[in-house]
Design a protein around this ligand. Structure first.
Ligand code: LER
Ligand code: MN
Length: 272
């Protein structure tokens, strides 16, 4: 088993300026991904019903691609919803939003990612309380995803995006307190570059928990356009037996086509 390549396509107007390679056009994104030899696409849509399941199935079949994952961050980007809000009704709403995306993704065999929807502790919500809210949510949503036949992917973020769990040394013990066995970790190399003393050691600490990788450089530009040390990262991923997706979640720098090409070249150089 070897690592597979994926590239992001964002369909979310409100996310413009964010770190996604292709934008607003699934047909073009899928055609270009296939032309460059990617194995899969990762799709970011505003909500569950904005994931065009039939169209995506048709396009990925046509181009011999898979859907690597679907994002849930639209709830945060568009509505500022998240899983650690102080009132129970808002947290339920955030969970329902995520369940919808889990179900849409599952129809394509794709797991959902909880990144910015995890939220943060602030105001009346203490860190301990927020960890409890996150634990409850991951238990419930993890089991929901299990029922739909997919894992649920939790993405630790850097300190400027969340204050819940930023480093592998925080995340791994937290995983041990969950009741569900259906949570996998998204190792986003950009976030890890900010938080980990050593990205390779962080990857080793995550070990078999890693279910997805955001393959990107230190400055959020495409892999190869910053100062990330991919050789040591590749060694660590191979050591832990990682054999899922390395997905380009990078700025479309200098443009989408070049970002996709640069990333697949780095993928071939380091991860195959
Ligand atoms: C989402 O995958 C992510 O990495 C966030 O930093 C996007 O804001
Ligand atoms: Mn990410």
């Amino acid at each position: 088993m070897s690592i597979k390549s994926a590239v992001t396509i964002s369909l979310v107007k409100e996310a413009e300026g964010g770190p996604f390679v292709f934008w607003h056009d699934l047909a073009t994104g899928c055609a270009k991904a296939a032309e460059l030899g990617y194995d899969a696409v990762e799709v970011f849509a505003s909500n569950a019903s904005a994931i065009p399941v039939d169209e995506l199935r048709q396009l990925t079949d046509q181009h011999n691609l898979q859907v690597a994952a679907v994002g849930t961050g639209g709830g945060w980007v568009i509505h500022k919803w998240h899983l650690c809000q102080p009132d129970a009704a808002s947290r339920e709403n955030a969970k329902d939003f995520i369940k919808g995306i889990i179900d849409s993704g599952a129809q394509l065999g794709a797991p959902a990612i909880i990144g910015s929807m995890q939220g943060r502790f602030e105001g009346e919500v203490t860190k301990e309380q927020a960890h409890e809210y996150l634990r409850e949510a991951l238990n419930e949503l993890g089991q929901h995803a299990k029922g739909a036949g997919v894992p649920l992917i939790y993405e630790p973020l850097n300190r400027y995006e969340s204050n819940l769990l930023n480093r592998a040394e925080d995340v791994v013990p937290f995983l041990g307190t969950l009741d569900t066995d259906n949570i996998e970790i998204l190792a986003d190399l950009f976030h890890m570059n900010i938080e980990e003393a050593s990205i390779a050691d962080g990857l080793r600490a995550y070990g078999s928990h890693i279910g997805h990788v955001h393959f990107v450089d230190s400055n959020r530009r495409p892999a190869g356009c910053g100062h990330m040390e991919y050789a040591t990262i590749a060694t660590a991923l191979k050591e832990v037996g990682y054999a899922k997706y390395a997905s380009a979640e990078a700025f479309p720098w200098p443009d989408s086509d070049a970002a996709a090409k640069t990333t697949i070249n780095a993928f071939k150089q380091y991860l195959t």
